[in-house]
Design a binder for this molecule. Structure first.
Ligand code: BTN
Length: 329
């Protein structure tokens, strides 16, 4: 807390200096204690000039996702107004789930600089190195039947793709069910979890992982050819704070659209970004391999596939690989 108070004072006086004596008077702590906190802030990435004559001056703030750094940037009405920030956490989704069980409200978010047990879809791991990507979980409490929960996954995919587009100018593609790709490589993934009874949702956790500034060499050989980051595709680092701000705005807009107008606008935006109609596809679902042509996504998010045998199948979970279209000669 003292760290934040020191930062507030230095920010208010930036680009000028504030004497150690003045800070110690205002915060009612010793000058030695302030020096200790300043050293700690420097270790977290704050560039603070210190001079025995003039005091302290904030020169540059790091790209951290702390409430102190993120809150002044927020333009949302309610989304992300309460931030639970962690330097490191097992999984932001697990943490958000616990907080929601304890009564956390709609729009509260969990962010972490790194995850020790980041979780992906279908029991996979999500690679979560420190301070380079975004690991976000949003708590929602929609008053809709549980059958509509998968629409929230589509909604979150549309919002995430929208934020990537706005911030980078690049056109991400959504790959069923909810991978976000840039140039055919995965840049973001979603893991949404629901707590409900048969006819009522208690809460939904939207878990969103976006590879922002991760370098290719940080990736294991197995995923190197499958994954990418915004930095790699743009050729420059992105501000994680600015990305979080944009993503929260998109999520607020699209979630309010869903509550007001229901499925149609979400499905339309999802279809525009996914472009699946008529694509030859191979789907692996619960160990079964299905080949055919992707037709559409159903109102509940299921993939409709016309198999090579001419049968229409609804696939509710799995992985899809799009095949190249055969050239017509
Ligand atoms: C996938 O594509 O397999 C989904 C990946 C989801 C990763 C995010 S990172 C934030 C949140 N916390 C987790 O443990 N997982 C999700």
């Amino acid at each position: 807390m003292v760290d934040e108070e020191i930062l507030h004072l230095l920010k208010d006086h930036s680009p000028g200096f504030l004497s150690g004596e003045e800070i110690s008077r205002r915060l009612k702590v010793t000058r030695a204690a302030i020096w200790k906190r300043v050293k700690h802030l420097r270790a977290s990435g704050y560039e603070i000039e210190a001079s025995t004559r003039t005091g302290y001056r904030l020169i540059r703030s790091p790209d951290l996702l702390t409430p102190f750094e993120v809150k002044p940037l927020l333009r949302t009405k309610w989304m992300g107004r309460k931030i639970h920030y962690f330097h490191s956490v097992d999984s932001t989704n697990s943490m958000a789930y616990q907080l929601a069980l304890q009564g956390a409200e709609e729009g509260e978010i969990v962010v972490a600089e790194s995850q020790k047990k980041g979780r992906g879809r279908l029991g996979r791991k999500w690679f979560s190195p420190p301070s380079s990507n975004l690991y976000l979980s949003v708590i929602l409490r929609p008053d809709v039947p549980p059958q509509q929960a998968s629409l929230l996954t589509l909604m979150a995919a549309v919002a995430t793709a929208g934020a990537i587009h706005k911030l980078s100018g690049l056109r991400p593609m959504i790959k069923w069910p909810n991978d976000i790709l840039l140039k055919n490589r995965k840049v973001a993934g979603l893991l949404n979890e629901i707590h409900s009874e048969t006819d009522r949702i208690h809460f939904v956790i939207l878990g969103i992982g976006v590879n922002l500034n991760m370098d290719e060499k940080m990736l294991s050989k197995e995923i190197r050819s499958l994954a990418t980051s915004l930095k790699r595709e743009m050729g420059q680092s992105v501000s994680r704070k600015a990305f979080l701000q944009t993503l929260l705005e998109e999520l607020e807009i699209w979630y309010e659209t869903f509550l007001k107008d229901g499925a149609p606008p979400i499905l339309k935006a999802w279809r525009d970004r996914a472009q699946i109609h008529g694509r030859p596809a191979k789907v692996i679902s619960f160990g079964e391999v299905l080949s055919g042509t992707a037709i559409d996504v159903d109102n509940d998010g299921a993939l409709i596939l016309e198999t090579t045998e001419g049968e229409r199948k609804r696939v509710v979970a799995g992985d899809v690989q799009y095949q190249l279209k055969k050239a017509v000669t």
